[in-house]
Design a protein around this ligand. Sequence first.
Ligand SMILES: C[S@@+](CC[C@H](N)C(=O)[O-])C[C@H]1O[C@@H](n2cnc3c(N)ncnc32)[C@H](O)[C@@H]1O
Length: 266
Amino acid sequence: MSEPDEMGLTSEAALGYEQCFVPAIFDQWPPRLIEAAGIAAGHKVLEVGCGTGVLAREVIKRVGPDGGVTGLDVSESMLGVARGICPDVDFRQGNAMDLPFEDESFDAVIASFMLMFVPEPELAVREMWRVLRPGGRLVIAVWEALDQNPVYAGLVDIATRQIDDAAGSSLAWPFALGKDGRLAQICRSAGVGDVDISAHEGRARFPSLDGFVRTEIQSWVLADSVDEDCLEAVVGNAQEKFADYCDAAGAIDFALNAVFVRSKKD
Ligand SMILES: C[S@@+](CC[C@H](N)C(=O)[O-])C[C@H]1O[C@@H](n2cnc3c(N)ncnc32)[C@H](O)[C@@H]1O
């Protein structure tokens, strides 16, 4: 097992993200985000919080040889996987709250499913807006609130009952900015003009319900606080609660909805 990076992620965890979560959840979003950001041939694009690069490697196809894509992430483990898959993107380590780029240096800036993890999201959005050139587009995607994402809401409920409040809160964390126009408020406070907010339906498909539940619990909740008996109880509860979302082979398929904020800089 490799050493954890400053996000606490090992190379193995980053590879697990690419192999499990990217096909289950993330790889349906790049075409929609590319469309929302109006990305075209020749554009210079920044993706903030690029993870293992699922979006950046689609953007590079769209911008073509006259354009360019920079993918920035705080996690060296995620970037290691990203570089291995797509060497054409300029993947760089850095923090969204202090972008290492000149003012107005990109035609589009995109942040997909990352802002909820940033300690000061307003500061990060201010930075994204700063590096965007006039006429360019900013697009930020986050998950809708838990009341629009019932399977994750159910999992939070099970984890809270079977483990503890902290476990439930950890699982709820990625959905925090989808609530009550929170993302739009952050963008307005960060000085983003003409904030357009829209809801988008997506799906999650995991080949096994058990695998989904175990991976979520072990990724988000400190693994040491959950012993095998407790994990078995969580899985058992999930099998009952989510039976309607599963097929005969044990795969689970459910709605997983997102919110986009979009703005064009004057
Ligand atoms: C759920 S992943 C999303 C990755 C990618 N955008 C995707 O759609 O697959 C969130 C990513 O945000 C990154 N991240 C979290 N906080 C960050 C920060 N302050 N600056 C840059 N990246 C950050 C994490 O390292 C992680 O790779």
